[in-house]
Design a protein around this ligand. Structure first.
Ligand SMILES: [Zn+2]
Length: 197
């Protein structure tokens, strides 16, 4: 892979000109193609002929992807304090630190989306005693596909409220990992935690 510097130039197809033109690399603020925002000060090829951006070099794609990810809204919920304790204990049970909570939740949300029978059991956890308690803590989850997965899971489970859905997932984690100590999710999560440690 060639790394370009500011001021380097290269032939590139310019969509604006509709022809092959010389492009010079420079830092520009670039709007995202889906209109969701602007990536500030990223190295791009600028057409010498029309001054429009004609080229996004490979070296700039990580910055663009990071921007796309940071623009996704986190999935926010306010929870009773003991729910966070459950997640901390579950993270510990698979050899992870409290930082592993994000991955643990994403693992569960992702696997529940593909296991509808398991997903349909979430609502029954919401009537348990552990579902009660004043919302004292905030849980903020972020991920590339998390927003879509949460929506899918809401549709499968008929739980419309995000906080209720997150509570259901946490109580399922409690039941699987801390009460029943199910080998399959425990093993898989141990592998993931080890890879991230
Ligand atoms: Zn051009």
């Amino acid at each position: 892979m060639k790394i370009f510097k500011i001021g380097d130039s290269k032939q590139a197809m310019c969509e604006t000109c509709g022809s092959l033109q010389r492009a010079t690399f420079a830092l520009r603020d670039v709007p995202l193609s889906d209109g969701s925002g602007v990536v500030k000060s990223v190295l791009v090829g600028v057409c010498d002929q029309c001054d429009n951006v004609s080229l996004l070099p490979h070296q700039s794609t990580p910055v663009v992807q990071k921007q796309l990810l940071s623009q996704r809204k986190p999935v926010e919920s306010r929870l009773p304090a003991h729910m966070i304790d459950i997640l901390n204990l579950a993270a510990l049970a698979v050899g992870g630190s409290t930082d592993f909570i994000q991955s643990l939740m994403k693992y569960y949300i992702f696997t529940l989306v593909s296991d509808q029978n398991a997903a349909k059991t979430l609502s029954r956890f919401l009537s348990s005693d552990l579902a009660k308690g004043r919302a004292e803590k905030r849980l903020s989850l972020k991920g590339r596909r998390l927003y879509d997965d949460v929506d899918t899971l809401k549709a499968i489970t008929d739980i419309d409220n995000t906080t209720d859905l997150i509570k259901g997932v946490i109580l399922k984690i409690h039941d699987d990992l801390l009460v029943k100590k199910k080998p399959k999710p425990l093993e898989q999560l141990k592998n993931i935690a080890a890879a991230m440690a």
